[in-house]
Design a protein around this ligand. Structure first.
Ligand code: CDP
Length: 214
């Protein structure tokens, strides 16, 4: 429950292409809250390492890249490539990287009026006390179809089967890592968007948020 006048902090987690990012943006716009896509912070680390030709498994180099991340300078369009998402899930296994990025993300979350954060570990690790949490999911086939359509829409090329294999591999990596694995918080509201439009998911989320406010 959110105490009247207290911060409206909303945590949204879920696997790749589940619709969590779109939902987070709609919620942030509707409630006039600042929004952080925490995936961009991991993507920025991966992008910096790829650009410098560094090995993604090198924890020391990944830590240095994480320390240099400036939340205010994250550029979604420069970080959106499918390959950068793949590389992000590899740097995201390093506990030292997570420690630094989580600290920055908590700084963002602590805004007096509240905020919306989306990622993989927001409800479980970054903001475990968030008064409203969502876990957004969809079947791997539906998510792969969305990601594939998105790539084609942006003028890229990709095979559906390759994208589906990537989605399944990324789920396994994100759910199987030792530090902060992707999983729903015990008090998260589950939204399965496999057969739901984004408008329907947004309506469901809004009614949950409005009920949590006193
Ligand atoms: O947009 P998409 O769902 O493909 O990925 P993303 O949200 O940009 O996240 C890219 C990768 O960063 C994920 O596969 C995770 O491995 C990692 N990540 C994480 O570990 N923790 C977060 N809070 C956000 C992202």
């Amino acid at each position: 429950m959110i105490v009247a006048g207290g911060p409206l902090l909303i945590a949204i987690d879920g696997p790749a292409a589940s619709g969590k990012g779109t939902l987070a943006r709609l919620i942030a716009a509707h409630y006039d809250l600042p929004h952080l896509d925490t995936g961009l912070t991991y993507r920025a680390v991966a992008q910096a390492m790829l650009a410098a030709g560094l090995d993604l498994d090198n924890a020391g180099a990944a830590l240095a890249a994480a320390e240099a991340i400036d939340l205010a300078a994250l550029d979604r369009s420069a970080l959106s490539a499918h390959a950068v998402g793949e590389a992000a899930s590899r740097v995201a296994v390093h506990p030292a990287v997570r420690r630094i990025l989580v600290e920055k993300q908590r700084g963002f979350a602590a805004q007096p009026g509240g905020s919306v954060l989306d990622g993989r570990d927001i409800g479980t690790v970054v903001c475990p006390d968030a008064p409203v949490k969502f876990y957004v999911t969809a079947s791997p086939e539906v998510r792969a179809r969305r990601r594939h359509d998105e790539i084609l829409h942006n003028g890229g090329t990709a095979q559906f089967d390759t994208i589906l294999a990537d989605v399944i591999r990324r789920d396994a990596r994100d759910m199987g890592r030792a530090d902060s694995p992707l999983r729903p918080a015990a008090d998260a509201h589950l939204l399965d968007t496999s057969a739901m439009t984004i408008e329907a998911a947004f309506r469901a989320a809004r009614s949950i948020i409005d009920q949590a406010r006193v």
